[in-house]
Ligand binder design. Structure first.
Ligand code: ZN
Length: 138
């Protein structure tokens, strides 16, 4: 996300919770993005590097430790594999997921400006958790 504070927006993401992706679809060194909002009408998010396998506490499943090269408050976080999208490899799975996400989210988001959606949050232990997984985190 850019330094200027993005506009907080509400949108419903039913695509991510339904995504079936294997943990080993990703590997250390992969460049990925987590879609957390929009920029001038396109999906936008955090560019991250996959670091190592890590337990995703909110879901109780295998996740990935990721590093944000931009640093900031959430440099190292843990995400569930279904939150991640490959940015370098045009793999069919991630492309299909991204397109489905765009089809659902973009009509709900402003056409201009930078937004941050409310479908993700961080736990106190820097675990990224999707709104659909909040209940599991409680
Ligand atoms: Zn992929």
């Amino acid at each position: 996300m850019p330094d200027s504070a993005p506009l907080p927006v509400h949108a419903t993401d039913t695509v991510t919770p339904r995504r079936q992706v294997r943990h080993d679809h990703f590997a250390p060194g992969d460049r990925v993005v987590v879609i957390r909002g929009s920029l001038d009408g396109d999906l936008h998010g955090d560019d991250l590097t996959v670091v190592a396998p890590s337990w995703h506490t909110p879901t109780g499943q295998d996740g990935w430790r990721t590093r944000n090269p931009q640093g900031g408050a959430h440099t190292f976080t843990t995400a569930h594999p279904r939150y991640l999208v490959h940015v370098e490899r045009r793999c069919p799975d991630c492309v299909a997921f991204f397109r489905a996400l765009a089809a659902e989210l973009l009509p709900q988001l402003p056409k201009r400006g930078c937004t941050e959606g409310d479908w993700y949050r961080f736990t106190a232990l820097d675990q990224l958790v999707h709104r659909d997984d909040y209940g599991l985190a409680a």
